[in-house]
Design a protein around this ligand. Structure first.
Ligand SMILES: [Zn+2]
Length: 57
């Protein structure tokens, strides 16, 4: 998996604690997040993107 922004390496992480009960892709280089599964919580996902994955491991 390659980051669309910086072409860095992306890792898959479990992010269930942040209302996105699924795996997400996170760029280890720039921190860009990718949500492969679009669930109803789009507002929560938007909020997550804005807070730049703080506390998401
Ligand atoms: Zn990146």
């Amino acid at each position: 998996m390659e980051c669309r922004k910086c072409k860095g390496f992306m890792v898959q992480e479990w992010c269930g604690e942040l209302h996105v009960e699924d795996y997400i892709w996170r760029c280890v280089n720039c921190g860009h997040l990718l949500f492969p599964a679009l669930k109803p919580q789009r507002d929560a996902i938007k909020a997550l993107l804005e807070m730049d994955a703080a506390g998401c491991r």
